[in-house]
Design a protein around this ligand. Sequence first.
Ligand SMILES: *Cc1c(COP(=O)(O)O)cnc(C)c1O
Length: 376
Amino acid sequence: MSRIYLSPPDVGPAEREALLRALDSGWVAPAGPELDAFESELAEATGRAYAVALSSGTAALHLALLGLGVGPGDEVLVPTLTFVASANSVRYVGAEPVFLDSEEHSWNVDPALIVETLNAFARQGRLPAAAVTVDLYGRCANYPEIVAACESRGVPIVEDAAEALGATCGSAPAGSFGAASTLSFNGNKIITTSAGGALVTDDAQFADRARHLATQAREPTIHYEHADLGFNYRMSNLLAALGRAQLAGLPARIEARSEVMNRYRDALGRLAGLSFAPEPRWGRSNCWLTCVTIDPVVARGTRDDVLAALDTADIEARPTWKPMHRQPLYEHARARLTGVADKVFDQGLCLPSGSSLAVADQDRVIEAILAVLGPE
Ligand SMILES: *Cc1c(COP(=O)(O)O)cnc(C)c1O
């Protein structure tokens, strides 16, 4: 039996063909027609006017904050329950994150804490330079409330939609909120270019500026002229071809992941102490990862017992993200906490959820969990 991975890349003949097509076309240089086409398809998928394809989701976050003019001395609201890149990008531009806790019914940032924090800032006569929101595990944050809170204070939003491509909030797609949104095509995400990301926005100047900074801020002269500090953050034409093939298969990948989630629900949903991550009422998940929490007081075992059993069965599973306020890197950062993120981290577990996960492999995961948590 081979090892089962959490969320491996799902590539096949379509990706192979797309890569060879790009290679045979001679566009092995960074730019090219596949890159242009991938960008328009990404803009379309996120309901945006512009997309800039980049080397990673982290690069996209960095450029989004630079585009908003965030810099030294600024503070940026960031959910504490997220992957570290959401917070590190704030540090890249010399600003400081202020971490906010999650709400119970989506695990995303608690809009009430945004309101409270903005009020507290305003009482001191200042405001955060931006708010980064994260659409965790494929579920959109509560944008109706978040957008209202931030707009009333004029604080711009950067939506980190790295985990949520294909999800919705009301009738709007993930990636359509805020001044700019960022996507990731890292190997473990719902679609992948092996490594890659994108910034999407409705603002032509914002997109142009991101594209400029992503290509070493080279001025349009015959010699190499640079007025700004740029980066080498552009996606290549070859990887864009891979991304186009993956994006065309996004609906099928969402469907496959949702079937995996439903199968876990059917098999494990009645176990004492085990709960599935909440599905918020305002949107539809892309089912990127199936996450559960295991309450040690009620369940027959702990989250760590289950992790150990899965590991013994050669199955990769992971605790949910460790909150930023508990990271050594951010131990001195400001944080407004309610305990929700701590509980999710202490009890949370991400199960193998890949779109190519065979039914027999899903059964292996289910059996290993039942062996720990099931009735005698
Ligand atoms: C994956 C991820 C990123 C970073 O994307 P990369 O492409 O790996 O740089 C940022 N934020 C969140 C929430 C992520 O899950």
